[in-house]
Ligand binder design. Structure first.
Ligand code: FAD
Length: 385
């Protein structure tokens, strides 16, 4: 079996490792447009539930990822200038994206995968492979070359965001929702090494217009966020790594494969960064595709059908959660205007519809006590025996 993978991000590299591990005779080639030591963005978060899935698929890779992660068991949410600490039931880990790719790249090379860095693949027709995988991210060329075959739907959200870094390790992952003058701003930051944090900056479209950001340079936009979040940043400026301002593209490829071409990760469905799970969702796609190829090594079509069958129901739940989350953020002005800190956090925690008050009570008892004291939710009646 010969598998060509376009894109050496988390999904493409993880897929290559799993295929070589399970079908050693397979020829697996990865084409990555960037150099081996280059990537976009800064650190990414991977929650413990996500890690557990990866652990089952490849304990060796997972062990190395965990060793490179920085763990934290709480998050601070600031609304109306009131910090509320959310003690998490399990700890989430954060890792520099570059380190994540190095670890995956090392495992792939050792397993015998051929990785061609600095090779941007644009001509897919000349590829000689049984299966061609589009793991080339949200702007997938493989998908865009044949949009109708993949039945692709796309639109952009209205909020604006940019992915920055900061040269200090904040004590806790935090989400700060701040009104400044007439603007509504959000900072989502978390430490991912001893001296670096990721800082995702976001504002709604009305703020973008009111502050004249449309006509500003990248550095002027950055300066606005440095001013709004000066109490958090202190002396540390925001650091750019091709940190362009964007409106999040919602991509949905309704058909997951066409002929021998198949999509995984962000190329298939973009997952909004507010659920902090895009990387592990992409890597879980890789697990399902690898499993399907192992089951039907001599029948590509059957394998791809099986991939859709085993992965689509689960992925749709995660995508639905992502959609509920970004819809919540799109209405951030309404939440920030109408609710005090406790109610705001309650609505934030339940925004995806996957967590209700009973689950909150079980997983975050301290937080729910605060909601009860503030009258956001009724106190739970004690059962009389
Ligand atoms: C601001 C922001 C913050 C985020 N934070 C988190 C987080 O905390 N946790 C989390 O889990 N996820 C996070 N994500 C989401 C996460 O980055 C993505 O979901 C994840 O990277 C998807 O992996 P992928 O392998 O599908 O695609 P990508 O990571 O995009 O990888 C695609 C690869 O393909 C390469 N490529 C593209 N086209 C070609 C071509 N034609 N030829 C060769 N190579 C090509 C690219 O260079 C890239 O290396 C965040 C995203 C954003 C925007």
């Amino acid at each position: 079996m010969k598998v060509a993978i376009v894109g050496g991000g988390p999904s493409g590299l993880f897929l290559s490792i799993l295929i070589k591990k399970k079908i050693p005779a397979a020829e697996v080639i990865v084409f990555e447009q960037n150099a081996a030591n280059a990537t976009f963005g800064f650190g990414v978060v991977m929650a413990d539930t996500g890690l557990a899935h990866l652990q089952r698929a490849s304990p060796e890779v997972c062990t190395d990822l965990i060793a490179a992660m920085r763990f934290n068991d709480r998050q601070v949410i600031v609304a109306n200038e009131t910090p509320i600490t959310v003690q998490r039931p399990g700890s989430g880990g954060a890792i520099p994206r570059i380190r994540l790719l190095e670890i995956l790249g090392d495992h792939a090379s050792r397993a015998g995968v051929h990785i061609h860095f600095e090779h941007q693949l644009l001509d897919f027709d000349r590829l000689d492979a049984d299966i061609i995988v589009g793991a080339d991210g949200v702007n997938s060329r493989l998908r865009d070359r044949d949009e109708s075959a993949f039945d692709t739907e796309r639109r952009h959200l209205t909020n604006h965001f940019a992915w920055y870094g900061v040269a200090k390790a904040f004590p806790n992952p935090s989400l700060v929702f701040r009104k400044y003058k007439t603007g509504y701003f959000v900072a989502h930051y978390y430490p991912y090494s001893d001296d670096m944090s990721t800082f995702v900056a976001e504002c709604d479209h009305q703020t973008w217009i009111d502050f004249g950001m449309e006509k500003m340079s990248q550095s002027e936009r950055k300066a606005i966020f440095e001013l709004v979040f000066s109490s958090e940043l202190g002396d540390c400026p925001l650091i750019s790594n091709n940190s362009s301002w964007r409106q999040f593209p919602v991509i949905r490829a309704h058909k997951w494969f066409s002929g021998n071409r198949v999509l995984i990760g962000d190329a298939l469905n973009s997952a909004h960064f507010s659920i902090g799970s895009g990387t592990r969702i992409a890597m879980e796609d890789a697990i399902s595709l690898a499993d399907a190829l192992v089951l039907y090594p001599h029948d590509g079509q059957q394998a791809l059908e099986h991939y859709v069958c085993i992965r689509k129901p689960q992925k749709q739940k995660l995508i639905k959660a992502s959609e509920a989350s970004f819809t919540w953020y799109e209405n951030i002005r309404q939440w920030m205007d109408n609710y005090d800190a406790q109610e705001f956090v309650y609505r934030f925690m339940t925004r995806t519809g996957r967590v209700d008050i009973d689950r909150l009570r079980k997983q975050y008892p301290g937080l729910v006590q605060g909601f009860e004291s503030a009258g956001v939710v009724p106190r739970k009646q004690k059962v009389q025996l």
